[in-house]
Every structure is written in C-alpha cells, then in structure tokens.
Design a protein around this ligand. Structure first.
Ligand code: SF4
Length: 272
C-alpha cells in the first residue's frame, strides 16, 4: 500500500531526504518522535536568546543584554521536554549553559546587532509551488541600508567545508524563494551566521539560483512521490548515522521498520 505523502517540504526536510531517504520517511511520514540531543537543544536556546535580543530597541542590543536574554531563555527552556529529556546532571547543565553563552558571545564578533533593522524574527512563511506546500521559518528578516531584504539564518554547529557549503546555502535559497513569492521582492542577500567559528557565509540570490532551487524542489518532490508510491525509502548509512535518533527502526542498524509502520498507523487512527 502506498505511503501517505508528507504535508509539506521545508529546508530541513529537503536536506533530510537528500542525506537519507529512510530518515526522511521516519520523520516526515511516520512522524516518529526524535529524542532530544544536546546540540539541537543548545541551538534552540541560543536562537531563543537572539530572538529576545532583537525584540529590544536597537541601542539596547548589547552583550550584557544578550546574556540576560540567554538567562531568561534558559529559565523558559528548563521545564520543556526538549531540555528535561536530556536528563543532564548539574555539572553537564552548567557546561550546556556555558557553551550557549560562548555562542552568544561569539555572535557579537560577526556583526553589531545595534546596526540591524529587523522586520521579522522567527518568521513563519508558507507558499504553494507546483502543487507542493513549502514552509520555512526564517530566523531573521531585515532591511539593509538601501532598504533591501536580507535573510539571516543562525547556525550553532561548525561551518561546513567547501563542498557542503553549497548544500547549506540551498537552505537559505529556499527562504529567499519564499520571500520573493510572498513579498514580490528577491532578497539582496542571504547569510548563514556560524556562531561557533564564528564565520558568516553570504550569497546573493540571482535568477539562476532561484531557478536552481525551484528545479531542485520539484525533483525532490517527484522523488518523494515515487518513493511513497513504491514504499521505497532506502537507508543511506553515513557519518550522519552517529546523530540519527531512528536507529531502533533502521534495518542498517538491526532496527525494525515495522515499528515505524505501527506508529504511523496508530497516529492515523487517532486522526479518524
Ligand atoms: S541510522 Fe543512518 S541509515 Fe538509518 S535512518 Fe538514520 S541516517 Fe538513515
């Protein structure tokens, strides 16, 4: 029996499908819960701190204010399952917060937040393109000195090597496409701010890059449709398996894919 199609594509789903079709299926179609990870939760905390920082008036966006934002965001996160699920002891929790603090401090080496003019923070965007629903959340949309749109995405992992750089930029090209369709203007710049290094990777969207992302999205959607029709999502073991939370379901690791089927069918019954 064909598998149901996912309801939408997002940058993370596109990259998940490209990296490992089976992990994509577990996440987007079977909707298996993923156990929280320290790296992902630390990213959530830093994003929340920067979101709070950009809710302040420009002159107030100082490093001490950002660290206050981090403290407040950490207090909010403390009761959340994404944090409690990590089950950190006091020493590990102190390390977790200290690492988040370092990332916030390094952010200030990349740009001066008092000079940024944000017009959207954690902005949820959605369009239909060729029958596919595309969704994304932009960390920050702003205006540059010429009044042009700029898309900014914070990254809390390490900056990619040259080969993976284009793949990462494809994610922000996706956001650029969403902006262009929704606001009728192509962003002048899309930038990835890698806080750990810290380094900024910046690109300028063009007709060519926009057509490229449209073509890629169409190709990924066609491949997803075909895989659903044939119930054929293959594992692609790689270094990424080290961080994959689906090993208990993955045949490449002795897991049982039938458990994923059972989980999805259970969800479908709840929706009837
Ligand atoms: S463990 Fe590896 S091969 Fe299996 S689903 Fe996860 S990423 Fe794919």
């Amino acid at each position: 029996m064909p598998l149901p199609l996912p309801v939408s594509l997002s940058p993370s789903k596109v990259s998940s499908f490209t990296d490992c079709a089976l992990a994509f299926r577990f996440s987007a179609i079977d909707r298996l819960p993923e156990p929280p990870s320290v790296a992902a939760t630390r990213g959530t905390l830093v994003h929340a701190a920067l979101e709070r920082l950009f809710c302040l008036d420009a002159p107030a966006r100082t490093l001490p204010a950002a660290l206050d934002c981090l403290t407040a965001a950490a207090a909010d996160l403390r009761e959340h399952p994404e944090f409690t699920g990590l089950d950190l002891d006091p020493e590990a929790e102190a390390t977790f917060v200290a690492e988040a603090r370092t990332l916030v401090e390094r952010y200030f080496r990349l740009e001066d937040p008092t000079a940024v003019t944000p017009i959207g923070i954690e902005l949820k965007l959605e369009i239909e393109l060729g029958g596919v629903r595309l969704r994304g959340i932009i960390d920050r949309l702003e205006l540059d000195g010429d009044g042009e749109l700029v898309v900014t995405d914070y990254k809390t992992g390490r900056a990619p090597g040259e080969r993976q750089e284009q793949q990462r930029l494809a994610g922000v090209a996706f956001y650029s496409l969403l902006c262009e369709r929704l606001f009728g203007r192509r962003p002048a710049r899309v930038q990835l701010l890698y806080l750990a290094d810290p380094v900024a990777i910046i690109s300028t969207p063009t007709d060519r890059s926009t057509r490229g992302v449209e073509r890629k999205l169409a190709a990924v959607w066609t491949a997803v449709e075909r895989a659903c029709e044939r119930e054929d999502f293959r594992p692609n073991p790689s270094r990424l398996c080290d961080w994959c939370g689906f090993k208990a379901y993955c045949p490449s690791f002795g897991g049982d894919i039938a458990l994923a089927d059972a989980h999805r069918q259970q969800l479908e019954l709840q929706l009837v």
